[in-house]
Design a binder for this molecule. Structure first.
Ligand code: WT7
Length: 652
């Protein structure tokens, strides 16, 4: 079937789906309407999906008004996230598998039951206590995808400490900034990580990071993963397996207020250093649990797999907290999609009989390039539902995912959300929503999207503009750690009284939302968010560089690639060697995900007469659309544009 207005394909909800799913079309409409007409009644009911130590009597207390940005949900209730993700399941699920861990090596996997999870988390919690961690303290977690990452996060939650997980691909410098940013005295790492058969020097990165902070970290807890040799600082470093022998395997959960922070997660914005996004305890867990149940239509006994890393918000909400709050079996994967071969995802699905599979468009596009054979040699008979997250999915990749991976049988939920939103905001519900490839479709319960023009005027009907959300939802971030003014400035000052997402968006005649990508100076590389300003400041820190401007450009696999225009210091000559050196420099400074794909040496950058770099022009050149450069006559030196166009770098 096609959409009468635009000719795009439309996929109906399969009949068996509307019957078995939690939510069918009628129920979606009814619940969505109620979530807006009686929000407090609606959310009071949803609030009961988790257990409370002291029940809440207030539901929401939120203001998006300038000067008074305040977001509170269930504020007089108390609870504990680890207690909800573990203890309350024990009467029924002690012997049910909570986490299936699949190692980088296909011969390595293990299953952790809820009873085992309870012991592991309590033990880790006691180790943290023994190292002086108290309620309200921050703990930085720099671990690979091993079960101890889950134990560590839940252990923090159990004792009321705030975890800050840093992705294992970040450099010592980036880690140092994130340790300093939240003042962690305790850091948890592993000797080495293992990805695609290659080792990642986590402990030595952590050592270097801690040195850079001026040795403010008192304890470095090291999990033994590979057994590789590591340097040792006897007064500070401890082996996790030695510490566990000294403590008990029971630990009472701390009673936390709903609004106490659960975690901090650093994310890039258009300016400045990455921000510490703060998420709450009660509202966050209610929202993670609810979205996990309804969006993935999770039922008891299902095997669910989200391929994200716990270093990103997707790992927090949809590997750990949402699934475990729902008593689910969640799969945690240490490896990569193409190791030992391109069938890995599908082999793991067969090995563990995965029913629900959630991954990123960049992985789908990369696998699609190696053709259908690596998929078709596996069965995938267990699969029922597919999901996508992190960036817009192009219709070709969507169709391939649907036809080849899902054999036309599995709906795809294209879930739009952000680190800041805590959980999914715009998405199909598989038993309710007709699908259009490339569209995130419809708002989740309680979510009110609004498309505005540059001046903030609300646009109605079929339209295109900037995406705002006008009402709070329980999973919304509460503040920027230590900088509430920056929270207001970043998200609520562009369009007063509204949360601005930073994304462009189109709404079609059926009311379907199509996210068109970031409209700010944030780029999305393989689903990883990068501030162009961060890459620029890394480049200009190199002694040969005088000026740099970084933009995104369309990249077949990564979605966006990183295109850097670099002006050299006088006396420096462009060369291939220098190009390589600059790429390695950024890689070392920030991490591999920030490596520029293309560097163009530019004698000058296009600037206005007041000296402002015209990024719009640089973007058009990088996108290879020199005919749509627009008016360049206001530039201080229009001739620089001709040089840039002539010497454009090409990766094709
Ligand atoms: C940005 C947020 C959501 C968790 C992982 C990324 C883009 C995310 C989609 C989607 C189109 C998407 C947006 C958003 N994005 N999901 N389904 N369709 N774009 O979280 O690192 O905070 O990045 O990712 O541009 O603003 P993040």
């Amino acid at each position: 079937m096609t959409d009468g207005n635009s000719g795009v394909s439309v996929y109906d909800v399969p009949a068996e789906w509307s019957k078995r799913a939690w939510i069918d079309d009628a129920k979606y409409r009814e619940m969505y309407a109620r979530s807006l007409s009686d929000p407090d009644g609606f959310w009071a009911e949803q609030g009961k999906r988790i257990d409370w130590m002291k029940p809440f009597s207030k539901v929401s207390n939120c203001s998006f008004e300038p000067g008074n940005i305040s977001i509170k949900w269930f504020e007089d209730g108390t609870t504990n996230v680890a207690w909800n993700c573990i203890d309350r399941h024990l009467p029924k699920r002690a012997n049910q598998v909570a986490i299936i861990w699949e190692g980088d090596d296909p011969n390595e996997s293990k299953e952790i039951t809820y009873a085992e999870l309870a012991r592991e988390v309590a033990t880790f919690a006691n180790v943290l206590k023994a190292h002086g961690v108290k309620k309200g303290d921050t703990v930085t977690v720099y671990l690979p995808m091993i079960p101890e990452a889950a134990y560590a996060m839940l252990a923090c939650a159990r004792i009321g400490a705030i975890h800050s997980v840093v992705f294992g691909g970040f450099s010592p410098d980036s880690l140092a900034g994130r340790i300093e940013g939240c003042g962690s005295k305790v850091v948890i790492t592993a000797d080495e990580g293992l990805r695609g058969g290659r080792k990642v020097a986590l402990k030595s990165n952590a050592d270097e990071a801690i040195r850079k902070t001026g040795d403010t970290v008192k304890s470095l807890i090291v999990v033994k993963r590979t057994g590789g040799s590591v340097a040792w600082n006897a007064g500070r470093d401890v082996w996790y397996h030695e510490e566990t022998a000294k403590v008990s395997a029971t630990c009472l959960p701390a009673e936390m207020k709903a609004e106490d922070p659960l975690f901090i997660l650093y994310t890039s914005g258009s300016t400045g250093a990455p921000k510490g996004v703060v998420h709450s305890t009660g509202g966050y867990l209610v929202f993670a649990s609810m979205t996990h149940q309804y969006v993935f239509d999770y039922h008891d006994g299902d095997i669910y797999w989200c391929t994200a890393d716990v270093g990103w918000v997707t790992g927090h909400s949809y590997i750990l907290y949402g699934p475990l709050a729902n008593g689910a079996t969640t799969l945690m994967f240490e490896g990569v999609p193409n190791y030992p071969d391109n069938s890995r995802f599908w082999s793991v699905i067969d090995k563990h009989k995965v029913n629900i599979f959630y991954t990123a468009p960049t992985a789908i596009r990369a696998l699609m390039q190696s053709g259908d054979a690596p998929v078709k040699k596996t069965s995938r008979a267990s699969l029922r539902l597919l999901g996508s997250v992190g960036e817009p999915i192009n219709p070709e990749a969507w169709e391939w995912y649907h036809r080849v991976v899902g054999e036309d049988r599995c709906p795809i939920v294209d879930t739009w959300w952000q680190t800041e939103t805590g959980g999914i905001l715009i998405t199909p519900l598989p038993g309710a929503t007709k699908l259009k490839p490339g569209s995130a479709t419809q708002p989740f319960f309680g979510v009110v999207p609004e498309i505005v023009d540059a001046e903030g005027k609300m646009l109605e009907g079929a339209t295109e503009g900037n995406l705002c959300i006008t009402k709070s939802w329980p999973g919304q971030m509460r503040t920027v750690y230590g900088d509430h003014a920056r929270f207001e400035q970043t998200y609520f000052s562009t369009y007063k009284g509204k949360y601005f997402t930073g994304d462009g968006c189109r709404r079609d005649a059926d009311g379907y939302y199509w996210i068109t990508g970031r409209v700010d100076d944030v780029i999305n590389v393989s689903g990883h968010r990068m501030g162009t300003a961060e890459v620029e400041s890394s480049l200009v820190a190199h002694p040969a560089v005088s000026e740099a401007a970084v933009v995104g450009y369309p990249h077949d696999i990564k979605g966006q690639g990183i295109y850097a225009y670099v002006t050299l210091m006088q006396g420096q000559e462009p060369s291939e060697a220098l190009r390589k050196e600059l790429i390695a420099w950024v890689r070392k400074d920030i991490g591999p995900i920030a490596s520029p794909d293309l560097i163009q040496f530019a004698p000058g950058l296009p600037k206005t007469r007041s000296g402002k770099i015209m990024r719009r022009i640089l973007r058009k050149i990088a996108e290879d659309e020199p005919s749509s450069l627009g008016d360049t006559s206001t530039l201080a030196d229009p001739a620089v544009v001709d040089d840039l166009v002539r010497n454009r770098q090409n990766n094709k």
